[in-house]
Design a protein around this ligand. Structure first.
Ligand SMILES: [Zn+2]
Length: 373
């Protein structure tokens, strides 16, 4: 089975869409939230846990795996699916976001980027061809063109970076030798509607199997992010998946699905879980809070996750305070269940013509965190 995307239905009152992505390692119903497995592991969980949670797609990071343990080693094991023993669909990013986050440790030119490893300071170089070669060794089902992720507010710099990202997208496409991996192009352009439109038009002309929306959730406001999605909606081809990279929070899922996004990934649910913060339908809660010290209830009474079916708030708080490893695993299980289950409900509501009602009800009950995480 090669890669394909089928749009199954579209909501009448918003741009919400439901569809299905077919990949060589299985189907991904959309909209979808992909847990992040930076180092070829979703921290604290086994592949079996992920399957029980109903995860259908996971993300791993090209930059991190290239540095450690190395793409050649992973290729020797038959690729990432075999190395980490996750049989389902995998997506790898381009490494662009990580490399461009290495302030002071990198140098950009027309051909590529020279950077220093955050692990040992050794010098490395990424070009579009190199990044595709690495991702071919890793063997994910969905791979990314190499892109530059510029600061979102500097117009002139974004103009220059966008031209480079487009030339790199053409080179990434030309460098591809495997036919079983779907190459997505990455729309950039900061917070500027004209640049975003230009980027979407250019990448659409390359006729790629899917499109990422990159460079958002990096310091702009939510209103700016929503505006960019609205600019892109009519330009990106309707019969291809749209993937909003690095987003989001529970409220982002609703707001961005409503603006036509099909795919998400974010470290937020797993990262905050390891700090003892969990999602509930009323908002985010910190389990270290003293008010849970003797609480016999689960995190959420109606949650079907293993943690909530089994353990009290008092026990979870105790594990966190005592710095027990199990705490991190149990909170991670709950938060990923929350995200995946919410996305399954969103998808069903789109089929039922009830998405807007579900969105309004969810957002009315959910207290959002004002500071960015
Ligand atoms: Zn739960």
């Amino acid at each position: 089975m090669t890669f394909s995307f089928k749009l199954l239905t579209q909501d009448k009152n918003s741009h919400a869409r439901a569809g299905i992505i077919h990949t060589p390692h299985g189907d991904v119903p959309t909209p979808v939230f992909a847990p992040v497995g930076t180092q070829a592991t979703v921290k604290t969980l086994t592949p079996n846990d992920l399957q029980e949670l109903g995860a259908t797609l996971i993300l791993s990071n090209t930059y991190h795996l290239y540095l450690r343990p190395g793409a050649d080693l992973i290729a020797e094991f038959g690729g990432l699916h075999h190395f980490m023993q996750w049989p389902g669909p995998i997506l790898t990013d381009s490494g662009g976001f990580q490399v461009f986050s290495l302030e002071g440790l990198r140098k950009i030119d027309e051909d590529g980027v020279t950077f220093r490893s955050h692990i040992d300071g050794s010098e490395h170089r990424f070009t579009p061809e190199k990044v595709i070669a690495i991702q071919e060794k890793l063997g994910a089902d969905i791979i990314m063109a190499f892109d530059e992720c510029p600061p979102p507010h500097d117009y002139n710099y974004n103009v220059e970076a966008l031209r480079r990202t487009h030339r790199w997208a053409e080179r990434s496409k030309a460098a591809q030798t495997r036919s079983d991996q779907a190459l997505y192009g990455i729309v950039q352009g900061g917070i500027f509607a004209d640049l975003r439109a230009q980027s979407a038009e250019f990448l659409t002309s390359l006729d790629l199997p899917g499109y990422c929306i990159g460079g958002l959730s990096v310091g702009e406001t939510k209103a700016q992010m929503h505006e960019m999605l609205e600019v892109l909606h009519p330009i990106l081809p309707h019969h291809k998946p749209r993937y909003l990279m690095g987003v989001g929070s529970p409220e982002d899922l609703f707001e961005c699905v409503a603006r036509g996004v099909d795919q998400f990934d974010c470290v937020l649910p797993t990262r905050i879980a390891r700090n003892g913060a969990v999602f509930t339908k009323q908002g985010r809660v910190n389990l270290r809070n003293a008010r849970f010290a003797a609480d016999k209830n689960p995190i959420e009474l109606d949650c079907q996750c293993y943690t909530c079916r089994t353990f009290s708030l008092a026990y979870l708080r105790h594990l966190l305070i005592a710095e027990e490893i199990l705490a991190l695993r149990l909170t991670t299980l709950h938060n990923l269940h929350f995200m995946l289950d919410t996305m399954r409900r969103i998808r069903q509501s789109i089929f039922d013509g009830a998405f807007t009602n579900y969105k309004n009800d969810f957002l009315a009950a959910y207290r959002t965190v004002s500071s960015r995480q």
